[in-house]
Structure formats: structure tokens, C-alpha cells
Design a protein around this ligand. Structure first.
Ligand code: HEM
Length: 203
């Protein structure tokens, strides 16, 4: 009788340990096997990486050569619309290297700092910077029509102007920053006359 006691104690004392070990192992096994969500996330990540890497490999761009306002990260940042007076806008004409370059077209102001070689100091189109020169976009008079005065333009010219606005809106580098509030045009002032001087046009 006395000799069987320790055997019974041993059985009862080891039994809970065995159960505990197996449940730990079970837990470990559950942790080890990745969940469906993890598999999906990892799969998606791999697809995204392959997408961008192969785009760069084949097209030298990260977006398969697709470039427009949606590939311009600045358009994804919500920003407060800035309102400029004509005098305020004039400060952003590219003459101050520390300021961005802004231009306005049909009242909309765009940051065109990305096109510094066109719009910055000495650039071929620097006369557009710091102002709303809408009229000159459709008449080509880059000296006498640097104004927002659209009086007398044809329907076709106004359509051309809208295309230029879209050019800046949809650009992959430029982005809209706000609006310029123009001084009202005196209806009695003369409409800017057409320019016939060839030197006034881009050549
Ligand atoms: C109504 C007439 C015109 C307007 C409004 C106009 C406007 C512009 C603008 C805004 C740009 C810069 C594009 C950008 O930001 O990416 C540009 C670039 C350019 N334009 Fe014009 N343009 C006109 C006529 C011409 C003409 C007649 C020529 C050539 C004879 C010309 C040649 C160029 C060239 C070569 C560029 C590339 C940048 C440069 O070298 O300055 N453009 N144009």
C-alpha cells in the first residue's frame, strides 16, 4: 500500500504539466501559421512592388509613362485656397529665388516652380509669371496683351484659353494654389488692339 502512493502522486503531478505543454504548443502553432489577411496583405505588397519596379525597368518611369495631375503627389495634399491681389501675385514672378513661381490664367493661380527654365528669371516664358496674362495665351502678343482682359476675343480664342487652363490644371508638375482677384476693367477703356508686330510673338 505504502509503495503505491508515490506512483499515484507522480501521475497526478505530471498529468497537468503534460496538458499545459500541449496547449502551449498549440498556441505556438496558431501563432506560426499566417492568417488569410496577412497572406493577402503580403501578396498585395508584392504585386505593388513588382508593378512599380517593372514600370521603371520598361519605361524609365514609376507610373508606366502615365503622367498627369493624378501622378502629381502635390494634388493629393488638401490645401487651403490662397487668394491673391494682383500686387501680391507679382511677388512670385521668379525674380526672388527664395519664393515659388506663380502664374495666373483666367483667374486661377498655379505654382509653376517645376518649370523654372520656362518661367523663371531669363526663361523663354518668364513674362507669364507673377500675373494673369490670359489674353496673350490666345493672341500670342507677349508684349502688349499681358492682361486678363478678355474683351473682344472670339469663341474659338476663349476655347483655346480653356485648353491652356486645363494644361496647367492637369499638369504632372504644376498645381493649383488659388485665385487672383482682379481689379475691375473699366468698360470704357479701349480693348487692347491686335498686335501685328512679329517681334511681339514667340519665335
Ligand atoms: C500663342 C502662342 C504661344 C503660346 C501661348 C505659347 C506658350 C507656351 C508655354 C506656356 C510654354 C511652356 C510650357 C510648359 O510650361 O511646359 C511653351 C513652351 C514652348 N514653346 Fe510656346 N507658345 C506659343 C507659341 C510658340 C511658338 C510660335 C513657338 C515656336 C516658334 C513656340 C515654341 C515653344 C518651345 C520651343 C517651347 C519649349 C520651351 C522653350 O524652349 O521655351 N511657342 N509655349
Amino acid at each position: 500500500m505504502a509503495s503505491s502512493m508515490p506512483i499515484q502522486r507522480k501521475k497526478t503531478s505530471t498529468s497537468p504539466t503534460i496538458i499545459s505543454d500541449s496547449s502551449d504548443n498549440d498556441r505556438k502553432e496558431i501563432k506560426k501559421s499566417p492568417s488569410l489577411v496577412m497572406i493577402l496583405l503580403q501578396g498585395t505588397l508584392v504585386v505593388i512592388i513588382v508593378f512599380f519596379l517593372s514600370s521603371y525597368l520598361f519605361t524609365d518611369t514609376w507610373t508606366w509613362g502615365y503622367n498627369n495631375k493624378y501622378t502629381n503627389w502635390r494634388n493629393w495634399i488638401p490645401r487651403k485656397e490662397m487668394i491673391f491681389t494682383e500686387e501680391e501675385l507679382a511677388k512670385y514672378d521668379g525674380s526672388d529665388e527664395n519664393l515659388p513661381i506663380y502664374l495666373a490664367i483666367n483667374g486661377e493661380v498655379f505654382d509653376v516652380t517645376g518649370g523654372k527654365h520656362y518661367y523663371g528669371k531669363g526663361g523663354g516664358y518668364s513674362f507669364f509669371s507673377g500675373k494673369d496674362a490670359s489674353r496673350s495665351y490666345v493672341t500670342g502678343c507677349f508684349e502688349t496683351h499681358l492682361t486678363h482682359d478678355l474683351r473682344g476675343l472670339t469663341r474659338e480664342q476663349l476655347k483655346d484659353l480653356e485648353n491652356w487652363v486645363s494644361f496647367y490644371r492637369d499638369h504632372h508638375t504644376y498645381y493649383r494654389v488659388g485665385r487672383v482677384v482682379h481689379k475691375p476693367i473699366d468698360p470704357n477703356s479701349p480693348i487692347p488692339p491686335p498686335c501685328n508686330d512679329a517681334s511681339d510673338k514667340k519665335s
